[in-house]
Design a protein around this ligand. Structure first.
Ligand code: NAP
Ligand code: HSE
Length: 431
């Protein structure tokens, strides 16, 4: 006699939904041996039945009625793969209140409503798992919640956006300017039709919020995360950074400091010897530091049909095992602390500054006088280019300074006539 069958429903049959359908099909023969049960997709919620019919073997599983899924007592796992806030939020809450377990890849939703979703899961002894929401196929939520639970994590730093990593890689390796690299990313299907969320750091910001919550056991929401994208980076910045032994990467950072949590996304110079510097193309990686494990890095595909489906199906299998053992809701919300989140102004960084200044005596003295007023100490100053038009390009690396003070210094510097323009201000990773 066959083993128990656990029924699941898919909400959405786009890139990830289709990937999940395929991965579950490929796993069909092994499921009994692997899990002690079968997991079958009983229903798939879509908007357009006709469009979806070509993607499944049996079109009778398609529906555009949420209540048909919600009211089916046989369905115990719901995979929300539609994206967006509504109706995803309502459907997930409905499902959890009906004691169904939920898997979601929806970072936009979780980075804002994570507490509500996890609390509702907890109140209903249901699982709410979201491994795919942060770095696609790379396991990082489960490692942080389980394998690394014996640590106090102090830093979680990642390249968590494939589109921008692809763009920066092209700019670094082929000297492309941002607009050409973005056009290539669009042509190759890495960048979405509207790339704003990726290139402005918003997608990575949502992932940082989720990582900070899970890593530091304290609630951080998307609004708490400072975000800055890569649109102002030029091939010249990258070339100069290289000359200084650094690469420029869009870094998502969550730090647990004595004064509170720091959570931000911005392009940063990182030493070329750092393991994240060699994460190229559309790959993602998350580098963590804990008081027991020290350093650990997780690398792989942060997006895409099958890599993302891999994480969703891992969550589904976990839930299936919990159902068999009667222990759903075993690992719920892990935010049991209330650590304040620091304002970006109160974080400390070294800075890379590229400026066009008048090419005459006294200009550097004027610049350093402004720096001194705001406690900005100069570590390196290099004159890169001198032009007949009477200007010179200067690159400055500062020592660590409070961001708020640095910004005030920059505002004052920009009022000086001898400072023609500040072309780039980038943070530098490291002590
Ligand atoms: P997608 O390709 O746009 O697919 C979304 C699917 O949901 C489509 O089939 C869409 O149907 C359906 N849908 C949307 N609203 C619906 C509604 N109200 N009722 C029924 N169906 C609805 O999106 P995706 O790339 O698969 O992403 C899905 C989720 O995974 C998002 O939360 C995304 O952030 C997350 N994620 C994606 C990736 C990735 O690599 N793509 C990686 C990690 C996480 P129509 O086609 O009819 O509009
Ligand atoms: N747009 C994202 C990226 C993938 O480029 O990495 C989905 O999170």
């Amino acid at each position: 006699m066959g083993k128990k069958t656990i029924y699941a429903a898919l909400l959405g049959l786009g890139t990830v939904g289709t990937g999940v359908y395929k991965v579950l099909k490929k796993q069909e023969d092994e499921m009994e041996a692997k899990l002690g049960c079968n997991v079958r997709i009983k229903k798939v919620l879509v908007r357009n039945l006709e469009k979806a019919a070509a993607r499944v073997e049996d079109a009778s599983i398609l529906t555009n009625s949420w209540s048909e899924i919600l009211n089916d007592p046989e369905i115990s796992i719901v995979m929300e793969l539609m994206g967006g806030i509504e109706p995803a939020r309502t459907y997930i809450l409905d499902a959890l209140r009906a004691h169904k377990n939920v898997v979601s890849a929806n970072k936009d939703l979780i980075a804002v409503y994570g507490k509500e979703l996890l609390d509702t899961a907890g109140d209903n002894q249901a699982d709410f798992l979201f491994e795919a929401a942060v770095a696609g196929g790379i396991p990082i939520i489960r490692p942080l919640k389980q394998c690394l639970a014996g640590n106090h994590m102090t830093e979680i730093m990642g390249i968590v956006n494939g589109t921008t990593n692809f763009i920066l890689t092209k700019m670094t390796q082929e000297g492309m300017e941002f607009s050409d690299a973005l056009a290539l990313a669009t042509e190759l299907g890495y960048a979405e039709a509207d790339p704003t969320a990726d290139i402005e750091g918003l997608d990575a910001g949502r992932k940082v919020a989720i990582l900070a919550c899970v890593g530091f056991n304290s609630r951080v929401v998307f609004d708490d995360v400072y975000t800055e994208g890569i649109t102002k980076i030029s091939a010249k910045d990258i070339r100069y950074a290289k000359e200084m032994g650094c690469d420029i990467k869009l870094i998502g950072m969550a730090r647990n400091t004595e004064e509170g949590i720091e959570a931000f996304v911005c392009p940063m110079l990182i030493p070329s010897s750092h393991p994240l510097a060699s994460v190229n193309d559309s790959y993602n990686a998350v580098f963590v530091h804990g008081d027991a494990v020290e350093d650990a890095m997780f690398f792989g595909r942060g997006a895409g049909e099958l890599p993302t489906a891999s994480a969703v199906v891992g969550d589904v299998f976990d839930i299936a095992r919990n159902i068999l053992a009667g222990c759903n809701g075993r690992i719920g919300c892990t935010c049991y602390k209330e650590i304040p989140v620091k304002q970006m102004e109160d974080t400390y960084h070294r800075y890379f500054l590229r400026m066009k200044v008048d090419d005459r005596s006294g200009v550097l003295a004027e610049m350093t006088a402004v720096f001194a007023k705001y406690d900005v100490s100069v570590e390196q100053m290099i004159q890169k280019e001198t032009r007949q038009e009477g200007w010179a390009e200067v690159v400055v690396i500062t020592a660590k300074v409070r961001e708020g003070d640095f910004r005030t210094a920059m505002e004052e510097l920009q009022t000086r006539e001898s400072i023609r323009s500040i072309s780039s201000m980038l943070r530098v990773y490291g002590k």
